[in-house]
Design a protein around this ligand. Structure first.
Ligand code: GUN
Ligand code: ZN
Length: 449
């Protein structure tokens, strides 16, 4: 007997990239049901559509949960985040290379202790779910036990997660280094242990070109040859000093991307965070190879790294998803991340529309990570990862929501206000993860995860 539940609410999701559409709902790239029904069977989307129509054919024994005028959206996707850095989020005063030395490396050193790793991983996964992030592509640390901890925590909740052990064998503190050989062996063991288990996937994770020898990058390429369906996750062209150092360290390279390309690291399921200081030739190469960019606006503003060029990415046809990049980023909330994305676009005299923005953390992110056949929207047959958004959770979102004329304006305001409290509930493959209990007067009284 299959388990079937129906959810009645407003429903909003993307069916394709809305960038070219003046009115994405009319054009069909975005679908919106003001009074919609989502039918979930055994963790998968069975049907979605107007409530009135679907209710006609719904078997009478199916439970219908009426969420009133709240909004169902797909689970949000974070394409780039460092879980070990959650404890140094919002640390003052540095730009990338000094920030790594002063804050990131000391925080990551603590993950030699697997008990510490477990405690942080559990908090991190809960925090993702609280913020409505149902899938994330995650950096661990150089320690293999840090990867075990995050995969264990994600699998406990049934969450989709991509993660990997950091590879770094130079230009970082001695006690955080591996070697080309140990990095290769440890990664291989972790791939064998975790890749494809539950909803988990492995990412070969050289930190960035600066912290790897050529031998290590070659070994990373070897892993990708041996395991073609794992990910490659790294940083690219985030900061000008970093780009200059890469040019000095790899004098034979024609660009930063060329370093990765030389070792076979630019391909489908390659995720490059930042991609700010680069040229169209490299963007086009990424597009040809099917690689993806993670746009991390909060981090780029916080670390003063620069302005990501969304229009150039689009012009060159590269896949782009949004990333929080915590601890460089200042929060796990993808709505707040997208709000910063809008401001980055404004500073570049570009415009990030409400639906395009929404796409970057839902279907666009799933396409960047090449998991759009499983998640990214609420289409029939996909895994039922979705959120219930309740604008009434904060006074300002409630007020602004009521005063917005249409769903585009409502979505825009909700995104810009970036309040995680509006994520009232999170479902992973049809399983409800959290219930924020309300008092009779509608006050949030406790939160159970
Ligand atoms: N480049 C190399 N390592 C890091 C990191 O931990 N955070 C960010 N934002 N950029 C990096
Ligand atoms: Zn990062």
């Amino acid at each position: 007997m299959s388990e079937v539940t129906a959810h009645r609410a407003a429903i909003l999701h993307c069916l394709r990239d809305p960038s070219d559409d003046k009115d994405p709902i009319a054009a069909g790239s975005v679908e919106y049901f003001e009074d919609g029904l989502l039918v979930v069977a055994d963790g998968y989307v069975d049907r979605v559509g107007p409530a009135e129509k679907l209710l006609e054919n719904l078997p009478s024994n199916v439970e219908v949960i009426d969420h009133g005028d709240k909004l169902i959206i797909p689970g949000l996707i974070d394409c780039h985040v460092h879980y070990p850095q959650i404890d140094i989020i919002a640390s003052y005063g540095e730009r990338l290379l000094d920030w790594l030395e002063k804050y990131a490396y000391p925080a990551e050193r603590k993950f030699a202790d697997s008990e510490h790793a477990k405690e942080v991983a559990e908090f991190f996964v809960q925090e993702l779910l609280r913020n409505g992030t149902t899938t994330a592509c995650v950096f661990a640390t150089v320690h293999p036990q840090s990867v075990d901890a995050i995969f264990e925590a994600a699998s406990k909740y049934g969450m989709r997660l991509i993660a990997g052990k950091v590879l770094m064998d130079k230009n970082c503190p001695e006690d955080l280094r591996d070697t080309p050989e140990t990095g290769y062996e440890q990664s291989k063991q972790l791939i064998e242990k975790w890749h494809g288990r539950d909803r988990l996937s492995y990412a070969v994770t050289p930190r960035f070109a600066i912290t790897s020898s050529e031998e290590q990058l070659r070994e990373a390429g070897r892993l990708l040859q041996e395991y073609p369906d794992v990910y490659l996750h790294t940083h690219l062209a985030e900061n000008e000093e970093e780009v200059a150092q890469v040019a000095r360290q790899f004098p034979w390279s024609s660009s930063y991307l060329d370093v990765y390309e030389r070792f076979g690291l630019v391909r489908e399921r390659s995720v490059f965070a930042h991609c700010i200081h680069m040229h169209d030739d490299d963007r086009k190469l990424m597009a040809r190879k099917g690689a993806a960019m993670a746009f991390c606006p909060s981090s780029n503003l916080f670390l003063g790294s620069g302005l990501f060029d969304l229009a150039a990415a689009r012009r060159c046809g590269v896949r782009v998803g949004a990333g929080s990049d915590v601890g460089g980023g200042t929060g796990l909330n993808m709505l707040a991340t997208l709000a910063d994305g809008y401001k980055v676009a404004q500073l570049s005299k570009q415009c990030l529309s409400p639906f395009k923005s929404f796409y970057l953390a839902t279907l666009g992110a799933a396409q960047a990570l090449r998991i759009d056949s499983s998640i990214g929207n609420i289409s029939e047959g996909k895994e039922a990862d979705f959120l219930l958004i309740d604008p009434a959770r904060t006074a300002i979102t409630e007020r602004r929501w009521r005063r917005s004329s249409d769903i585009a304006a409502k979505l825009f305001a909700l995104t810009m206000l970036g309040q995680y409290e509006v994520v009232a509930d999170t479902w992973l493959k049809g399983c409800r993860q959290r219930r924020a209990a309300m008092s009779d007067s509608g006050e949030l009284v406790r939160e159970v995860l």
